[in-house]
Design a protein. Structure first.
Length: 258
């Protein structure tokens, strides 16, 4: 139903709701405890089957969003039941087969120490670069901006992963713990999200209210200055000038940008 309305993020959240509930089922049934007593053998088999079948259902549902990850999940289960029709009822995972005994991690765990070291080094390099530019002097207002190195070339499938929608700012205020951030409430048609933007020196809260913006809606939520941001508002930057990107004509909130 969510996909019929092109609510991709909400559709994905439904799948992960199932995975979260499956994870809770592990805590509730404690299969490691059941395995200690031979009398619980049948109950243990039922619990493990329910878990594997729930993972299979999730894996099939993820095919449209993460095809490679979906294939890995279903390969680990050793199942041929991979069609959407196989989800019409619970219990279609084959019995008598064998799942992979030691499954590799689907996503590598981030090494926090290494990540912070790399982040600190990157921030330091950016600060040194900014200081160097300031020392060299800024270009005249009408002077063309210095060429910015381009990012690596991507294919269309990479770009297609980004979900862009129009939104209307219904409320805006400055973030108390930051001089740069504005906290905006953005109407996306089917929902309102809180989105933080580092544009306080270019736009006042009064400037933002009623403005139509373009939002990246499938970014993972991020905590900034003690507040949660649930997306990104697109801006264009040229030297010291930052301008919000908006369509020429006003469109209904939630319109897909393609």
């Amino acid at each position: 139903n969510k996909m019929e309305e092109l609510r991709v993020t909400d559709a994905l959240d439904e799948i992960f709701t199932l995975l979260r509930r499956t994870n809770k089922y592990i805590d509730e049934t404690e299969p490691w405890v059941l395995a200690r007593d031979e009398a619980n053998r049948d109950r243990l088999a039922t619990v493990l089957y329910n878990l594997l079948e729930s993972i299979r259902v999730s894996g099939v549902l993820l095919q449209s969003f993460m095809p490679e990850t979906s294939d890995k999940i279903l390969d680990m289960l050793g199942t041929s039941q991979r069609s959407l029709d196989s989800l019409n009822s619970f219990g279609n995972l084959e019995t008598g087969g064998q799942v992979i005994r030691k499954a590799p991690a689907l996503f590598a765990r981030i090494d926090e120490k290494k990540f912070m070291e790399e982040l600190t080094a990157k921030q330091k390099a950016q600060q040194e670069e900014a200081a160097g530019k300031e020392q060299a002097g800024k270009p005249a207002e009408n002077e063309p901006a210095e060429a910015v190195p381009g990012k690596p070339e991507i294919v269309f499938d990479d770009f297609a992963k980004i979900e862009l929608r129009t939104g209307i700012v219904t409320a805006s205020e400055k973030v108390k713990k930051s001089k740069k951030l504005l906290k905006n409430q953005v109407d996306l048609g089917t929902e309102t999200r809180q989105i933080l933007s580092g544009i306080a020196q270019y736009y006042s809260p009064e400037d933002m209210v009623g403005r139509q913006v373009i939002v990246v809606t499938n970014l993972a939520p991020r905590k900034m200055a003690g507040e949660i941001s649930e997306g990104m508002i697109l801006c264009a930057e040229h030297g010291d000038q930052v301008v919000l990107v908006s369509p020429d004509d006003k469109l209904p909130a939630g319109s897909v940008v393609c």
